[in-house]
Design a protein around this ligand. Structure first.
Ligand code: ATP
Length: 436
C-alpha cells in the first residue's frame, strides 16, 4: 500500500502536479506548491463544486471574504480559546505528536516514532491559529490571525447578504478560499498541511428543520462525489466527544487512502452557535425575520466543509492505474473524470519537422482550444506521447498525420480503451462535445 502511495506522490512531483514548498531552500514543513497540472486539477475541483453548490441552485449565493479578519471574529467563534490540539513532545528529538494520533496507535504510545526513544513529558496544548500582526507595531493590540476556516467570513456577512440579496430562509452562503492551521504534525503528503483550501457552505434554516436539511445535504454531497467519479468513500458519524465545540451532529465523508480511511469532508449541524456568539460579541442583531409568518428567530446552520487538496489527493489515489499491455509494456494511467482532467485533449503533429503537418495540427489545436483546455506535444514518437498523456489523465489524443493532409481527418485515441478512430476535422467539436 505504501508502495502505491510512494508511486502516486512521485508521479505528482514528476509530472508537475505538486512540488514541495520553497524547495530550493530545503522546503518548509506542511507547505506545498501546486504545479501547472496541480493548479488545473484544483481549479476543476473547485469549479465542479461551485457549479453544483452555487450556480445550479437558486437558494445559494457566493462570497469571498478577507483571510485576515478582526480578531474578535475568532474570539466569538471560540477559536482563540478552544482551537487547540494536545501534544506530547519527545524529550530527545523534540518531535511533537498529537495525542489523538498516539491514542490511535496505543502500542507505540510512549515510544517516539521518529527517534525510537522513550519519551516523557507533560501533555501540552497548542493553539492551531497562525498569529500575525497588523501595522508597524508588534504589540498585543495589533495581533491578528490567519483564518483557520473560511466559515467565519460567512457568519459575519450574514446580515450583509440578508440586506443586499433577495434571499429567504432556507438559503446558503458558499465560499472557497485558503485556510491556515499550524498543524503539529503535517503529514501524508498534501493530506494534512498548514495551508490549504476549503470549500464551505453555510446553509441557514429554521430551527426544527435542521435535521431534514442535514440529511439532504449529506445525500447531495455524496452524489457530488459520485458525479466526479470518486469511488471508495463512506460516511462516518462522529461520536459526541469527537465533535467540534459548535457541533450538534457531524458526519464525515471519508476516503480509503493507502494510509487508511480518512476524512475529506465534514458535514456539521452547527445549530445557532455561531450567529448567537457573534450577536453576543458584536452587539449586532443577526436574527432573521420571516415576513410571511411574522416571526423572528436565529437560524440554525448546516455546514458541508470540504478540503480541495484532500479531494485532489483522494482522486489521484483513486484513478491511478498500472496496466499491462498486450505488447508486454506497462502503462501508468490516471483515469480522471474528463471534467477534472487538467488537459481534455492533446494534439500531436506526427512529425515536428514537416511544416504542412505542423500547420494543420496548429489549426486543429486553435479550433479545439476555443472549447477545451488542450495540450500540444510535438516531441518523440507517438507511443511515448500517448504514455505521457495517460500519466496525467488526458482523456483524448489527436494525431495529425500524412493522411490528414489528403483526407482532412485525424486519429482520435481514447485514454481508457486505447481505441483509435478516424474523425473528420470538421466533426471534431461535435464529436468531443458528446464526451467532454
Ligand atoms: P482533521 O480531523 O483531519 O484535522 P478537521 O475535522 O479538523 O480535520 P474540519 O475542521 O472539519 O477538519 O475542516 C473541514 C475540511 O477541511 C476537512 O474535511 C479537510 O478536507 C480540510 N482540512 C482541514 N484541515 C486540513 C489540513 N490541515 N490540511 C488539509 N486539509 C484540511
Amino acid at each position: 500500500m505504501n508502495d502505491i502511495f510512494e508511486k502516486i506522490t512521485s508521479l505528482a512531483k514528476r509530472r508537475g502536479f505538486v512540488y514541495p514548498g520553497s524547495e530550493i531552500y530545503g522546503g518548509l514543513g506542511g507547505f506545498y506548491d501546486f504545479g501547472p497540472l496541480g493548479v488545473e486539477l484544483k481549479f476543476n475541483i473547485k469549479q465542479a463544486w461551485w457549479r453544483d453548490v452555487v450556480q445550479f441552485r437558486d437558494d445559494v449565493v457566493g462570497l469571498s471574504a478577507a483571510i485576515i479578519m478582526n480578531p474578535k471574529v475568532w474570539e466569538a467563534s471560540g477559536h482563540v480559546s478552544g482551537f487547540s490540539d494536545s501534544f506530547l513532545e519527545c524529550t530527545k528529538c523534540r518531535k511533537r505528536f498529537k495525542i489523538e494520533e498516539l491514542e490511535q496507535e496505543k502500542e507505540k504510545k510512549f515510544i517516539c516514532a521518529s527517534c525510537g526513544e522513550i519519551f516523557e513529558g507533560k501533555v501540552r496544548k497548542f493553539n492551531l491559529m497562525f498569529k500575525t500582526s497588523i501595522g508597524s507595531t508588534e504589540d498585543s493590540a495589533s495581533v491578528a490571525y490567519l483564518r483557520p476556516e473560511t466559515a467565519g467570513g460567512i457568519f459575519v456577512n450574514f446580515k450583509n447578504v440578508l440586506d443586499t440579496m433577495r434571499v429567504k430562509i432556507p438559503f446558503g452562503i458558499a465560499q472557497i478560499g485558503k485556510a491556515f492551521r499550524n498543524e503539529i504534525n503535517p503529514k501524508d503528503f498534501i493530506f494534512r498541511t498548514r495551508e490549504f483550501e476549503q470549500m464551505e457552505l453555510e446553509y441557514f434554516v429554521k430551527p426544527g428543520e435542521d435535521e431534514k436539511y442535514f440529511e439532504e445535504w449529506l445525500e447531495r454531497r455524496l452524489e457530488w462525489y459520485r458525479s466526479i467519479g470518486l469511488k471508495n468513500i463512506r460516511t462516518y458519524e462522529q461520536a459526541k466527544e469527537e465533535r467540534a465545540h459548535y457541533s450538534k451532529r457531524t458526519v464525515d465523508i471519508e476516503y480509503k487512502f493507502p494510509f487508511g480511511w480518512q476524512e475529506i469532508e465534514g458535514i456539521a449541524n452547527r445549530g445557532d452557535f455561531d450567529l448567537k456568539a457573534h450577536i453576543k460579541v458584536s452587539g449586532i442583531d443577526l436574527s432573521y425575520f420571516d415576513e410571511e409568518k411574522k416571526e423572528k428567530f436565529i437560524p440554525y446552520v448546516i455546514e458541508p466543509s470540504a478540503g480541495v487538496e484532500r479531494i485532489a489527493l483522494a482522486l489521484l489515489c483513486d484513478v491511478y492505474h498500472e496496466e499491462e499491455l498486450d505488447s508486454g509494456d506497462k502503462r501508468i494511467v490516471l483515469k480522471l473524470h474528463p471534467k477534472l482532467a487538467p488537459y481534455k485533449i492533446a494534439i500531436f503533429p506526427l512529425l515536428a519537422n514537416k511544416e504542412k503537418l505542423v500547420e494543420l495540427a496548429r489549426r486543429v489545436f486553435n479550433k479545439l482550444k476555443e472549447e477545451w483546455f488542450c495540450a500540444w506535444d510535438d516531441r518523440g514518437n507517438i507511443g511515448k506521447r500517448y504514455r505521457a498523456q495517460d500519466e496525467i489523465g488526458t482523456p483524448y489524443c489527436v494525431t495529425i498525420d500524412f493522411d490528414s493532409l489528403e483526407k482532412d481527418d485525424v486519429t482520435v485515441r481514447d485514454r481508457d480503451t486505447m481505441k483509435q478512430e478516424r474523425i473528420k476535422i470538421k466533426d471534431l467539436k461535435d464529436y468531443f462535445s458528446k464526451f467532454l
